[in-house]
Design a protein around this ligand. Sequence first.
Ligand SMILES: [Zn+2]
Length: 272
Amino acid sequence: MPELPEMEHYRTQLSPLLCGQRITGVIVNRPATINEPVDVFTSALIGRNILFVERRGKHLLFHLDDGHRLHLHLMLGGWLAYGEQGPKKDSHFQVILTFGDGNSLYFGGLRLGYLHRITAKAAIEQMKELGPDPFDSRLTVEAFQKRISGKKGRLKTTLTDQRFLAGIGNCYSDEICFDAKIHPALAVSDLDPTAAERLYHSIRKVLLEAKDAGGYMEHPLTPDDTLTGGYNDQCRVYDRKDEPCFVCGTPIKFETLTGRKMFYCPDCQKGS
Ligand SMILES: [Zn+2]
């Protein structure tokens, strides 16, 4: 599932392409992807300008000039493409938005994911459960240490809890724990302040590196895009079961933790 780096990559790439653009065409091939009748959705969007694109955790909010938002959550398998022509037949995409400059934004793989047209008030309501963004300037080391000190459960479960921090999922929680040299199944109550500080820096470092490398999405965003998916080959533990640790050579271990995949180096990562 796309996480903060993938969605932030989309936001930064799409913002200059979409902001100020007027929506001139709407195709909905899968009505279950949207939240209102197709004719209502379509007529409400035609003629609207996109003002800017906001990211909250793993969510994207396209701000429209009538005060509404298009709320996108890609969930598992969702992806985006942009250009004059889609990389596959139009029928392959659940929704397509076309703009005044002739380019279109293609929403693919939205089986569980969705694109909802909502009011600004509804957007605030739907996002209020989310924890702070890992890059929120108010989330200092001290604020993070305080925030995590009261938590129960395992570290991976806490890191992937969107109410704790917004935007981290299965892949990056493992990469962050590896970077911080902490076992992902460590009880959070056993995390000392020094380890919590290390974790804080690893969260920002790993997410930023991944975002700058283009995240791990498989599909290019535009026909000449060579950046998207650049992080795919840079994961150090995720999806590397039995492969040697880049630091110590020990085979990477795979387990499940409350239904979630968990990859770690049993030698480099301590604490459990
Ligand atoms: Zn190792």
